[in-house]
Design a protein around this ligand. Sequence first.
Ligand code: BES
Ligand code: MN
Ligand code: MN
Length: 452
Amino acid sequence: MTIDAFIREREKPVLDELKEFLRIPSISTLPDHNADCRRAAQWVADHLKGLGCRNTTLLGSETHPVVWAEGPPAPGKPTVLVYGHYDVQPPDPVDLWETPPFDPTIRAGNIYARGATDDKGQVFSIVKAFEAVSRNGSPPVNVRFLIEGQEESGGEVLTDLLRREPERVDADAVLVADMPYYAPGWPAIYTALRGICYCEISVRTLDGDLHSGLYGGVAPNAHETLVHILAQLKSPAGKIRISGLYEAVVKPTKAERDAWNRLPFSERSYLRNEVGSRALTGLKRYTPLERIWALPTLEIHGITGGFTAEGAKTVIPAVAAAKVSLRLVPKQRFKTVERQLRKRVKELAPPHAKASVDLIHGADPVLADVSARPFDFLRQAFREIEGREAVPIRSGGSIPIVPALAKRGAPVMLAGIGLPDDRLHAPNEKLAVEQFWKGVRVFGRFFELMGS
Ligand code: BES
Ligand code: MN
Ligand code: MN
């Protein structure tokens, strides 16, 4: 049976299976959902077992295990390691969803659910591609699955597992489908991922909160101190003011910039349709794509402390904290950046305040060499199915485990079948059903070409 015949024959049951997977609220960051994460892992493991996989096991954790499975052996054929994640982001704000986040619904050719594109739908398209090419139970290549349950929340379980058992990533190619096309009809093979340095900055100025009338005018305010520090971390023009931060940044090559400049991009429609604002920020000397793909960022995610409830309370807060992250580009290192940020915050804090920086999680950026042989097969698969050459672009997002997947020398192929408007991490996340089937065809064809 060809891949297309498989799709024709199995269209409805496969979508029902995907819906079953999407119904499990495997939110890794919320401890209330630990059992759901375990259930999602078990669901993946059982499914792969049903497709003939061996040594199907849950590894490394009771609550957020890594799923491992090995396809039936294909003697003498190369080995492809498939990486993905079954965990998802929290669905809130839930009232902005048109249909409930864990009640997958197909509307106008899209399947709406938390995890539809990030990453359950994409993982499942590879699983079904593997099924489609496993004729009479024998796939064209050796396939191994490594599906984690903590990508969205730190990833310690898989990091520790690969430290203990590095040979798990021995393969001829690693396939990661956790990213979007550049645009509809424009498949992408990613040449870089950003890293991240996610920290909490805390400030204490007093032993305890004080009455703002009795002490206002003399007592140092923790919020005032914190916002002063935060405001100094970036210039109004968008330059991050942390000394040494840009030193490790390598400029994109001329070839890369030329390729990016050939991509269709309209700042006006990007602003209106994707960003939803009146102006873009960041260093004007660089194009928007360069700012997202080749420059570090600093974002304030939230500020806590003091009084924010309904009504009014006259208080001078003693403590304040902000969650802040920097996205990093090749060849920055998150540990270095953490040190640089800490030094800068200490410099900016007045002597009477206690300011500290705690790392919440970090990941190094990735620069992928897309010249290895397996990339040719993936490019050919995209060309055959999409009728257009995959474009070499970078990602603004991060996948923390990728450096560990590359550690034993296997080329890591970063691609996917999402679309830019899939709203990952946001309300009404979706995956176009057509894209799902394209994934089955592209990844199935990739497996065939790898085995030929
Ligand atoms: N799939 C995304 C990463 C991604 C997003 C790649 C957009 C390409 C384009 C992944 O699940 C994700 O959300 N990663 C987090 C990592 C963080 C929690 C360390 C991210 O980038 O915020
Ligand atoms: Mn993802
Ligand atoms: Mn994500």
